[in-house]
Unconditional design. Sequence first.
Length: 800
Amino acid sequence: MLYLKKYFTEGLIQFTILLSLIGVRVDVDTYLNSQLPPLREIILGPSSAYTQTQFHNLRNTLDGYGIHPKSVDLDHFFAVRRLLNQVRSLDHLRVPSTELNAWLVHRDPETVVSAASQSSPSIALDNGGSLEDVNTSEPSTMRGAGNTSESTYSLSGEDNLGAVAPEVSQEQDNRGSVDELSKEDIDLIDILWRQDIDLGAGREVFNYSSRQKDGEGDKQNESNEEAGVREENWRNGINLQEGQGVTLVDGETGESIPEELSSLGTQTSMSLQECLRLLEATFPFGEESEFQAADTASELGGPAENAPSTSQGLSLPAPLPQPDAPLDLEQQWQDIMAIMELQEMDVNNTAENTNLNNNLNNTGTDTIESGTVASFAGSQSSLINQDVSLHQASLPSCSQELPSLFNSELDNSAGQQPTLLRLSSSNSSNINSTFGVTNITGLLLPPLNNTNNLTTPSVLPDPFVSLLEESMLDEISLLDLAMEEGFSQAQASQLEDELDSDSGLSLDSGHSPASPSNSETSCSSAASSSSTSATFSEEGAVGYSTDSEVATAETEEGAVGGYQPEYSKLCRMSYQDPSHFHNFPQLDSINHNHTYNLPLASSYPEQPQLFGSCSKKCRDKHLQQTKVHPPREFIDKQMSRDERRARAMKIPFSNEKIVNLPVEEFNELLSKHHLSEAQLSLIRDIRRRGKNKMAAQNCRKRKLDTIINLEQGVQDLRRDKARLLKEKMECLRCLKQMKQKVQMLYQEVFSQLRDEEGRPYSASEYCLQYTADGSVLVTPRSMTLEQSRKPDKKPKDKKK
DNA sequence: AAAGCATGTCATTCT
DNA sequence: GCAGAATGACATGCT
């Protein structure tokens, strides 16, 4: 039985730790590595009882200064601090900003003849030389919903400076679209641009020509005049860069054939770079696997693809694909259970949801300027910044269709889903590494003729934001609870006093750090300061004492042979307030009589009343009487062994004094009396056992608290895990939407391509292919296969 | 009477 | 080196 007992005690602790480990192991680090405290902190934080050395280090920390190093309250303190850090981190949630950059497809400036009548246009599908990437990664909070599209569009216009400038200048002279850029717009551009820099966007992402020309120093204090000059530069087409064209690759020779794409007029600017960016963003871990993963998710998700989510917000989580370590069945089931558990736990926050939705709607109504497929800017309310800017892709047909598309769909997706994806566009090597010369047609066009998916984008009411908010609020409320229960300001200040007391044992401190011992502290300090008035806590269980009245009571008995019942324990030891544990059902069954070390006096039910109404003298008197009246056998029975021994050995002072007196006073007491060796030995044993008894009680209490804290920690981790799983599912959903958009854009571009004779390319024979340098090729499918076998072979194509 | 629990005690280690 | 705290192991008493 003892073995089982031990096994259970240890096993429970180990089990809770294991649960914690398992709980966070799944996906958490993959997604929000920076948001979660390290496992070590999670484990060790709330269970500081196992990190004793930290107690002593706490004095050196600002936050922990007020806590006695030996106090069990440290557990609570650690928990509170951990939770506080979590909430703080939630305040500035560090979710990678999502950026989606699209690129203008424009004609080669050299081949541009006129704006409208292009007999031999070419499509610039490049980012390498002509189009520079602009990273628009402002935090969503910095944007109002109203100006989101405006600012993003402005950036798009600015972005077009280098490569598109000639085209834009001509076209816009005709159409006057960019002429609408006022100085306010320019200022706004600069503000946003500076924000980008402040937010850590690398300089390189801004290295388009005009910026280079402006120089870094000017950027700090750029005035409106400068902005105006820059605007002038745009219109004059300064900083032209060589464009690149779409190249047609001969299917048989493999040579790149300059292709005049007649039907792509001036206005036919395609956003294949959008596709690139979208793809890069969509498949950050490798296109094939991720596509598969997304597909798998969508398939397993079943009708959730197009069907609105239920009120629960999410369908049951499908086995979540993971690029590296797919979840096993058990883990998936656990995930499901965790989400369901979270859904049960989640609290309604309809107000926040409403606000979010409003913001989303605002974003969704952003207009898109003519000829510009711009601005899927992130929602302000979204926790994640989604910057998706399709730079000046001015395709005639697209300009008609895509805006509506993006209005209806992209805004929805952009605003509603805090995604963890980072659609990085600043690193073109990503594209290279991710796609290389890979033909994305196979990925994008499996349902070549199936445009249903394109025209029926899934518009899903998004429960995720609300759920995330809820979970955040849950944690906040948890913190509040913790703060209220365990660590109020007043209590913290009280704890400072305990630092002076070496007897900072706080048995009932697990839930109320300050409650432990006003009396104890005063007693101990008083005992330390005054050697004559032995104002010390009478009983051994220091942590239980809260009765200040009793605390100041002195035991003056001390008569040789006159054993003085330890009346003071009566009130104190009965204090053990069960309400301290009302929050812990585990302890409900523990209704101990903590008067175990009460002497005989406490055994009489009438004593408390008498003592409560008696003065000290009165009590002494009464004790003198009770000492006589109770049956001797009863008294003997109630006394502890040591007390009996002490009485038998005629120890001239009480066991309380023996146990609780400070060393100096204790030795002084011993020196005052002439005691035999046996008496001295007994006294030392009594003191040792008494101290050890208290220590044992504290130790057991600490064990319980540790277990309780671990349980709480496991619950917290489970909730975090469920929340993260929800986020992951939302990301997958967003991924799927993005994929659909990319597919749609691809088809849009491809359908606009014409050969020399003005005929459209056959999708079954040709496909668009991206090369390492960012250009896009129209390649026969047979070539694609070959190239995929020879990835090093670079097609010599004509860029447009 | 056995099981289970709470508590006390001892031995040991650590601070 | 001592005092005391911490803790595992065991003993004891009670229900």
